[in-house]
Design a protein around this ligand. Structure first.
Ligand SMILES: Nc1ncnc2c1ncn2[C@@H]1O[C@H](COP(=O)(O)OP(=O)(O)OP(=O)(O)O)[C@@H](O)[C@H]1O
Ligand SMILES: [Mg+2]
Length: 266
């Protein structure tokens, strides 16, 4: 479904500030794969997502989504195929639009025609059904402006908007990091439910090791612009927070068991 082939991205190339954010990164996701992405600050995680979404273009390499080459597609076109949720709950929703207007916009994304300006009773019923499982009471506040919601409520709405249009690829960049523990757990659960229900092909960046292990069917660790190791299947189920932390330690040059050099443990 998603193929990232030998992608390299350098910022400020040829200047003193030159920074290789991604170095020859390859990753293949089958349809329905849910990959959690960990790695220290500056490892290249967000850059990887930005290249898949078309926000940045790769210097070298190729991206294909569902067989379509999107390497040089501008992000407004890739948006038909890819949805994102960011760390900032304010980023995914338009504050001056109501909940139903935000959802209608999300629904029309990737479609020739959306709901249109008139929200009929039937459509409102559908929106209420979509919002009820969020357990935020948003289904009774369709005409409330999104800017008036709490961070957790807005993130639940952002996630719903991102998944509503059935994207080919869902990108989550630390989307629970700005929330309190209870709200973060709720958003994690809603993410799991949406991905499972819709079989979404997903890349999720997180600094929360427990989340990285408990969510998804694969895990990758990035370091200095490369994917340095990968876990899937039983190996992922049996990995522990301690074993991941030991891996980080190993990367920093400390002593530890180390499974680096992209060992694939299935
Ligand atoms: N738009 C940009 N312009 C210049 N440099 C950038 C840009 N975006 C990222 N970088 C650089 O690329 C490298 C990778 O950054 P990236 O944001 O991908 O890291 P990250 O793994 O997401 O880190 P974090 O955990 O802090 O979010 C960093 O050195 C960063 O400074
Ligand atoms: Mg980042």
């Amino acid at each position: 479904m998603l193929d990232i082939e030998a992608v390299t991205k350098t910022f400020f190339r040829g200047t003193v500030n030159e920074r290789v954010a991604l170095s020859d990164v390859s990753l293949h996701l089958d349809e329905g794969d849910f990959v959690t992405v960990i790695g220290s600050n500056g490892a290249g995680k967000s850059t990887l997502l930005n290249i898949v979404s078309g926000r940045y273009q790769a210097d070298i390499g190729r991206i294909t989504i569902g067989g379509r080459d999107t390497t040089r597609m501008p992000d407004w076109r890739t948006a038909r195929l890819v949805s994102r949720v960011f760390q900032d709950p304010m980023a995914g929703t338009a504050p001056h639009l109501t909940i139903e207007e935000n959802l209608s916009l999300a629904y029309s994304r990737g479609r020739a025609r959306g709901f249109g300006p008139a929200l009929t009773r039937r459509r409102r019923k559908l929106l209420r059904e979509v919002l009820a499982p969020l357990e935020q009471g948003l289904e009774d506040r369709l005409t409330t402006k999104a800017g008036l919601l709490s961070g957790g409520q807005r993130q639940a709405l952002s996630l719903t908007m991102a998944t509503f249009s059935n994207p080919r690829v869902l990108l989550l960049d630390e989307h629970t990091a700005a929330l309190d523990p209870a709200r973060a757990a709720l958003i994690a659960r809603l993410t799991d439910e949406a991905v499972a229900r819709q079989g979404l092909t997903t890349l999720m960046v997180t600094h929360n090791m427990e989340q990285a292990l408990s969510m998804g069917n694969r895990l990758i660790m990035m370091h200095e612009g490369r994917i340095v190791f990968e876990l899937s299947g039983r190996a992922k189920e049996e990995a522990t927070i301690e074993s991941l932390l030991a891996e980080f330690e190993h990367l920093r040059g400390g002593v530890g068991p180390g499974m680096s050099d992209r060992t694939l443990l299935a």
